[in-house]
Every structure is written in structure tokens, then in C-alpha cells.
Design a protein around this ligand. Structure first.
Ligand code: ZN
Length: 194
């Protein structure tokens, strides 16, 4: 293929511009089974089924040697006490890494390996995070404006959503007393009086 160039403007919508952009949208109704509060999700779907996040990718072949790159925008919002976030995935080819670079907004990148070690890296404009091979990853918007970031990973890595959804991320990002906190999912779902 020939070289290509895209323009990123995080304060504009859509934030990534290229004539042949692939756009994927995830609405609330696409995210059943992802959030802890299923009733709150169904309520949101009935309220108009908002877009939770979208990705934009210039056309790069999904084959060895190429790098898939693109931009994710996660809109501001909550499902119950949990903030809007991506589904989260391992790469099918576990020995592939990914790089994130945050352009706008506030949030977290949650990561978890197959030994269940978990990390939560705060994201703010300028944050660059390296997700090593073998770590599942999910991003969360804790702010009042869109969270916008760029990602790059080997184009033949593939997405495995099932493994981490079955097990669930060990950490969740929730609003408690008006501010975002990262907590163990088990402790949060068991905590009384919230
Ligand atoms: Zn990935």
C-alpha cells in the first residue's frame, strides 16, 4: 500500500479525518454484559440508546507487518455508578502489545494479565501508556467531556473480547461521593448501602 496521512483534531468532531475512515460505533445496547448495573443499562437504552464510544481507523490491512492505528472517543456518562468505558479485550495473538496516547479528557486505562494482575493508569492529555503483550485493556472516561486517545498495535493481533468478559476485570472505576475511584469489583458489588 501507499503511505497515508490522517489529521487529528481532538477538539473537533469527528476528531480524526481521513477520506476512507472506518468508523465503529458502540451504543449502550451493544454493551450488554459489560457494566455491573444491568438495570441502569436497560434504562439508558430505553432513554434513547446513546453512543458510549466510537473508533475511527484509517484503512490499513489487518495483516502481519502492518500497524493498525486509530482514535477512540468515549463520551461522558455513567451506567449506574460506573463510568462509560470500552468493552475491553485481550489480543487473540497474546504476544502483541499496544500503545495509547491521550489527547483530551480524563480517565483510566485498566489493564489485567492472565495471572489476574491488574493496573489502572490515569489518562489525561499527554499520557502515553504501553500495554505489554498479554494484558487485557479497557479505557474509562471519568470526566465531563469526551475522552479522546490514539492507539497503535500490530495489525494482525485480533480482538478477543470473550476471555476477559467471562472473567470480568478485577478493577472497576465508579463514582463515589461525587468523584471517580478505582476499586476491586468484588468489594464494590458486596458493599452495602451504596
Ligand atoms: Zn487492543
Amino acid at each position: 500500500m501507499d503511505p497515508l496521512k490522517a489529521i487529528v483534531k481532538a477538539d473537533r468532531f469527528p476528531p480524526l479525518d481521513h477520506p476512507a475512515l472506518r468508523r465503529r460505533v458502540r451504543k449502550a445496547s451493544d454493551l450488554r454484559g459489560v457494566f455491573m448495573d444491568e438495570e441502569a443499562l436497560e434504562w439508558l437504552i430505553r432513554q434513547g440508546d446513546p453512543v458510549v464510544y466510537a473508533t475511527y481507523e484509517p484503512p490499513v490491512p489487518e495483516s502481519a507487518g502492518h500497524l493498525t492505528f486509530g482514535l477512540t472517543i468515549i463520551f461522558a456518562g455513567q451506567v449506574g455508578s460506573e463510568y462509560f468505558m470500552t468493552r475491553g479485550h485481550f489480543h487473540v495473538q497474546r504476544q502483541t502489545a499496544e500503545v495509547y496516547y491521550a489527547l483530551r479528557g480524563l480517565g483510566y486505562l485498566l489493564m489485567q494479565d492472565e495471572q489476574d494482575r491488574a493496573r489502572a493508569e490515569p489518562l489525561e492529555p499527554g499520557s502515553m501508556v504501553y500495554v505489554p503483550p498479554g494484558w487485557a485493556h479497557r479505557s474509562v472516561n471519568t470526566g465531563a467531556e469526551p475522552l479522546v486517545f490514539i492507539y497503535v498495535f500490530p495489525a494482525d493481533a485480533g480482538h478477543d473480547y470473550g476471555a476477559i468478559q467471562q472473567k470480568g476485570f478485577a478493577k472497576v472505576v465508579v463514582q463515589a461521593q461525587g468523584r471517580p475511584v478505582v476499586v476491586d469489583r468484588g468489594a464494590w458489588t458486596r458493599s452495602p448501602g451504596r
